[in-house]
Ligand binder design. Sequence first.
Ligand code: SAM
Length: 464
Amino acid sequence: MRAEHTLDARRKRSIDLDLETLDSITARRSDLKDASGVCGPVSTYSSQQLCHRWYRSVLAFSDHVARRFIETVPDAETVLDPFVGTGTTCVEAKFLGRNSIGIDAVPFFVLATRVKTDWSPDAASLQAVAGEVLETARKGARWLSQSIPEDATWSDLTPRAWELWGEYLKLPSVAPVRFLSPRVYVESTLLREAIVELAPFELRSHLQLCATKSLVRGSRVGFGPEIGFGIPPADFDTFRFFWKNVEEMACDLRVLNDVRAPRTRVVLADSRDLSENLANDSVDLVVTSPPYPVDKDYTRQARIELVFLSQVKSLGDLRAIKTNMLRASTRQIYSGDNDSRFVEGLPEIRRIVSRIQARTSRDSDTSGFAKMYPRLVEEYFGGLYRHLTGLRPKLRRRARCIYVLGDSRSFKRVYIRTPEIFGRLARMAGYEVTGMQLLRIRRSTTLRKPLREVAVFLRAHRDS
Ligand SMILES: C[S@@+](CC[C@H](N)C(=O)[O-])C[C@H]1O[C@@H](n2cnc3c(N)ncnc32)[C@H](O)[C@@H]1O
């Protein structure tokens, strides 16, 4: 009876974005455009991008995939993504009327997900305050173009530029300086400061996200599988881009302000240890994509953001974040790491480790990285095992879990079938593997060999 009641209530709350609803949202957007001139032409928006476009990461999985997985379990009231990144699962859960919990170890991703799932700011207030912010920042930047040319790099800066803008050009030693344009950095900092000065608390994070997005867009950064050099758009105008971000956000908020949305909780934590952050018996469905063992350091992907928002000021801050993460990169292995103990002796992992070792000695590779590979593989899978064990008591009796995982050939080209090994770990941790589904085939960047991305479906065995 209770279950029926809550399910009904949930259905009522649901803003189920099926195609029909999407059409009506699109229609409302065009009304908005006519009424206020705020939105751009409706054809330039894909309805599916609502909120997702506020901040996207190249590592995000597709909103369609997240959505489809959530839809497959219609009676799941609370959805968890323990590796939430920039919040795709939580946003889609909210669209579908489900409560959700997102967890990530990187503070910037937590902020982005919180903002993307907070539809409470009034759109008109957001724009009004952003207008004041913009005016203040623009005034502050009056003499900027004369002292820092658009294409100046840090080594081009004159003593005059330092004299005028030194305070705004200060960067912590962990900043990815070579990616940053001094001019865009100063402009973004002026925006950030004006936000702190002028924005009420409830609008601050939303506006900070818009300013951060401007800084990244105007930086010399390209996102492939790894962060690398890229070219910002020609004639990049930080302030105009900030305003565009605000407009997009306001446009979506106008639609979403009226929605009685389900709850989303976003937590900064290490999902290998869920004891403190989740109540027992609280989760019906897990939809997630943990890091793959491909030697990727997620803090590098978000370094500009972390530094700009003062979430990282020193190497110590960075290390504190990395120690809370699943070990997926050689830049993330520390002397006290000990998750490997959970997978010691597992034949699948022993085989990978000995293949890596054999190839390392065949190649006479004495590099520090190669030495770390076997350890990394063990720590990675050990961390996943610890996560799975900690998760079990948090799941309700009929809970389902869907994990998207990818193969790897990043360590001496040894093929790691991550989904199958994950399945094995899940069985060891008391889950039943109910299926696997191939989602797509990637190509490894250097080897051009196929790598699968697979969804692994689990159900937890509970005693009662
Ligand atoms: C593949 S990304 C997830 C992307 C996400 N599906 C999205 O749509 O943005 C993996 C995420 O796991 C996070 N992560 C890694 N280790 C973690 C840990 N131990 N606890 C919580 N989050 C972790 C990383 O910061 C990263 O955001």
